[in-house]
Each structure stands twice: as C-alpha cells, then as structure tokens.
Write a protein that binds this ligand. Structure first.
Ligand SMILES: NC(=O)c1ccc[n+]([C@@H]2O[C@H](COP(=O)([O-])OP(=O)(O)OC[C@H]3O[C@@H](n4cnc5c(N)ncnc54)[C@H](OP(=O)(O)O)[C@@H]3O)[C@@H](O)[C@H]2O)c1
Length: 309
C-alpha cells in the first residue's frame, strides 16, 4: 500500500490538534480522478470545524454530523488545485497531466498530497492564467459569493453593499457584483481599504470609523459576508431600500447549489477574462498548517491563505 503525507485533525481544539502523518494514498474508483495536490486553502470553514466553533444550539446536531470527539473526515481542506495523476476507467472529462482545481464540498481531504474526486463533482480545468496557489484561492469564496448574489437576484445598476468585503467571500463578492454592473460599496477595517478599492468597489467604508447604517444611504442588496450574527436584517433595516434584500452567509448552508461544476466553470472563465482576480494573502508550506490556522483564526485575513504541498 502506497503512503502519502496529510494533515490530520486529531480532535476538536486549537491549531495544535493538527498533526502531519503518513496515511494511505487513495486509489481512484472507475469514475474518479486521482489528483496530486499542489495547493489548498485554509478556509474559515476548516477553522470552524477544527475548533468546533459553533453556536451552542448546534452542538448536538453538529457532533452527530461531523463526528463526536473529532471530525469524522480527519483530513480537512475543502478546495485544491493540482494535476491529474490517474483517471479512473470510466472517466471521460480528464486525463493524466491535466491541471485542475476543485471544491470537495463536504468531503474535505485537501490537506494532503493526493485526493480522489468523482469527475462529475465540482472539478474543472484550472484557469490558464493562474498559478496553483491562485487557483486554490478561487473556489471557496467564489462559489459562495456567486450563490448568494444570485440568490439576492442581483441586477444591473443596483446599489449593493458587501459587509466583510476583504475576506475570501467578500473579495469575490465585490468583483462579482461589479461584473453584474451593480454600484458596489465595500465595508472593511482600515488596513483592508486599499485592497477593496483595488478590487473595483465604487465606495469603501471603514467600519472602525463609520457606521454605514447612519450615512443616510440606502441599498438594494446588503450582503453580510462576515456572519456569526454580527449583523441582522433588523439592525440594517434603515440602510435598506423598502424593497431591499438582506442576505447573510449565516442564512443557510448552500451545498450543491453553490458548489458545483457549473459555478466553477463560470469562475474559471471570469478569471481567464481578468474579471475575477484571486486574492492571496499568505502562503504556508503544508508542515506549517498550524501557523496558517492561527492566522486564519484571527478572522482578518485578506482574501485567502494558501497551503502549498
Ligand atoms: N453558511 C455557510 O455555509 C458558510 C459557508 C462558508 C463560510 N461561511 C461563513 O462566512 C464567513 C466569512 O467567511 P470568509 O472565508 O470570507 O472569512 P474571512 O476570509 O476570515 O473574512 C472575514 C471578513 O470579516 C470581516 N470582519 C472580521 N471581524 C469583523 C467585525 N468585527 N466587524 C466587521 N467585519 C469584520 C473581515 O474584515 P476586516 O479584516 O477588514 O475586519 C473580513 O472581511 C465566516 O464566518 C464563515 O463561517 C458560511
């Protein structure tokens, strides 16, 4: 049996619970591709699961779903970029050597040297104009931002405010909202204002200096990309047009409607046209995954934190 290196989440807890181990290298089924992973991303979701940082009311259902004392999927990591090493017998869309990027949805497993993914899942060829590190920065924030903006039925000319404009979801949302020809306002802290301007926001508000609900301006869509109940429809009502929509990353867990091949292809094409630019904050090697988690735990990364493998 061949072996590979992976980061194992040994139990719920601080970043120290993450340990590098030798595990069995996976073997692709007939409908799967075996990918040699070059880059993955440390996402807010990985950190939430590792630290079991969930509201009390979700503790029991979440432990049943995720694992009682440790994550059942012990290798975290939702997104990846890499190269197809082997294609299963029935695989038609990919061949050995293809450069791909993917989102594993609830399967995780990307903090590793190899992963097997069904060809029909959220996997496609990488944009031709990105590095592996940049490609791994696209799927997480990109699929969620696309899903929530479409759910809000974003239209040309609408005034859209993105709260949490500098994170993985926010940086994608700013660029996608601009692509949909909306008038975009981004809200973030002082240190991230320049980044949010550079992504095409028409207006940037520093939440440490100004409360956007007190500017007198009203929006057609308020997208809360911060979550953790830091905002609510009631709190923001006066900044919303009478028919305006409030939408939050806390609203639902989007699943396959967001994380699918079709959305990944849209993101790939927008990236190739230069409309969507992946935002990479820091890059860590796999053996520094704990450090990467410590940084992401702070909740102020700029876009994405990447692990290289
Ligand atoms: N529902 C779902 O299924 C689902 C799926 C994925 C993610 N999420 C949630 O989506 C949220 C965002 O994910 P992400 O990957 O974009 O996170 P991230 O990259 O860590 O970004 C966090 C954002 O929040 C802002 N922020 C932090 N503290 C703030 C505060 N006190 N007031 C205002 N803004 C603040 C940050 O801006 P500054 O650094 O400028 O402060 C940054 O823009 C996470 O809470 C995650 O749990 C939900």
């Amino acid at each position: 049996m061949e072996k590979m290196k992976a980061i194992i989440c040994t139990k719920y807890g601080p970043p120290e619970v993450l340990q590098i181990r030798e595990v069995e290298k996976p073997v692709p089924k007939d409908d799967e591709v075996l990918i040699k992973i070059y880059a993955t991303s440390v996402t807010a979701s990985d950190c939430i699961i590792r630290g079991f940082k969930l509201p009390v009311k979700m503790w029991i259902p979440a432990r049943l779903a995720l694992g009682l004392i440790k994550p059942r999927k012990s290798i975290l990591g939702l997104v990846l970029s890499g190269e197809v090493e082997k294609a299963g017998e029935n695989v038609k869309q990919f061949k050995k050597g293809d450069k791909v990027f993917a989102h594993t949805l609830f399967q995780f497993g990307a903090y590793a040297e190899y992963i097997c993914i069904p060809e029909t899942s959220a996997i496609t060829l990488m944009p031709f104009n990105t590095s592996f590190e940049e490609a791994a920065a696209i799927p997480y924030g990109g699929t969620l931002a696309l899903y929530y903006l479409k759910k809000a039925n974003i239209q040309k000319g609408q005034k859209v405010l993105i709260y949490g404009a500098s994170g993985a979801i926010g940086t994608s949302a700013i660029q996608l909202a601009r692509h949909f020809d909306a008038e975009v306002t981004g809200v973030c802290s002082t240190a991230n204002m320049e980044l949010v301007w550079s992504l095409g926001a028409d207006t940037v508000i520093d939440y440490t200096k100004e409360d956007f609900t007190n500017t007198g301006k009203q929006y057609d869509i308020l997208f809360d990309a911060v979550g953790k109940k830091k905002s609510s429809h009631l709190l923001y009502k006066k900044a919303l047009n009478p028919n305006g929509k409030f939408i939050s990353v806390d609203d639902d867990s989007p699943g396959k409607q967001a994380v699918c091949k079709a959305n990944l292809i849209i993101l790939k094409e927008l990236t190739e046209k230069g409309i969507l630019k992946p935002v990479v904050d820091r890059i860590y090697p796999l053996d520094q995954t704990k450090e990467a988690h410590r940084y992401v735990d702070k909740g102020h990364k700029k876009g994405n934190v990447i692990l290289t493998i």
